[in-house]
Design a binder for this molecule. Sequence first.
Ligand code: NAD
Ligand code: LMR
Length: 338
Amino acid sequence: PSNSQHMEDSCGIRRANCRAKGGAPGFKVAILGAAGGIGQPLAMLMKINPLVSVLHLYDVVNSPGVTADISHMDTGAVVRGFLGQAQLESALTGMDLVIIPAGVPRKPGMTRDDLFNINAGIVKTLCEGIAKSCPRAVVNLISNPVNSTVPIAAEVFKKAGTYDPKRLLGVTMLDVVRANTFVAEVLGLDPRDVDVPVVGGHAGVTILPLLSQVKPPSSFTQEEVEYLTNRIQNGGTEVVEAKAGAGSATLSMAYAAVKFADACLRGLRGDAGVVECAFVSSQVTELPFFASKVRLGRNGAEEVFQLGPLNEYERVGLEKAKKELSASIQKGVSFIRK
Ligand code: NAD
Ligand code: LMR
């Protein structure tokens, strides 16, 4: 190909390296925690994504093996692996999008907040790296507890002087994916035809599905509303219990993470009308962060949409959600400001 640059390896074998050297369209994406339960399938799915030209896989263990494995897939993205803190800077330099599924998952009997003590420090370190090496990257934060790790990331970026609220997004897509699935089951529809807004945060009662706003417009009995709300709020725990100590959702999460990352990349490309739910800096309620529908554009979350009309059940749910969310946000902020 005319734009390819060739180099020879130690055996004298030619290796065209056109995409790696730039020129071909596409975004540079890093996954931090790429060797984990979410990280591996997420890396595989991002390698298939045609919007990705370069994929950096970073972890503190096992990233060379995962990278060698994924790099054999005959798709467009060029894959490079990075191992350990000393390689964090190289992993992040030049990235357009950074996806973070690094950190420990729940075991049965734990809440997401029980992960705070370990994951807060991991997220802090990784975000310090982002502030230093790719301060303009859009960040998709998956590590739990999302309700606290997003405020932690914001505080790290503020301290470094790089904070852009539009570029920091907590990933709540799995709640939407579950809501679409469970609602479709009740309505007897194909889940691909169902769209359920899920607002608030990403833990227990802070996960607030707005069943009054389901598309296509649908009505539910009170029993159905209670069943669906409970199932959506406890979807994560359902998986944690089924895995019985072997971790939490990884495969559905990787799917949801890629669905969300793809929306971010389409936004960065300049596509119009890309709208998904995410946990972002927000003025929709009195809380500084809140999940709601956002429009994704060239600068990240360019517009944060209001909640729209809520019914009485949802208004009561909103008050409960805000109470817990407020404490989780404060906990994250204090972790950095202390
Ligand atoms: P896992 O233990 O399988 O993988 C985590 C990976 O992170 C491991 O490979 C580990 O080596 C790596 N890691 C640890 N410290 C690191 C560091 N300092 N830098 C880089 N990598 C590091 O866990 P998992 O099942 O993949 O879950 C990861 C996180 O995602 C958990 O906190 C979990 O609660 C969360 N999660 C969030 C959602 C969501 O909807 N937002 C859904 C599922 C899981
Ligand atoms: C989920 O919703 O599946 C994740 O937040 C993982 C968990 O701990 O439930």
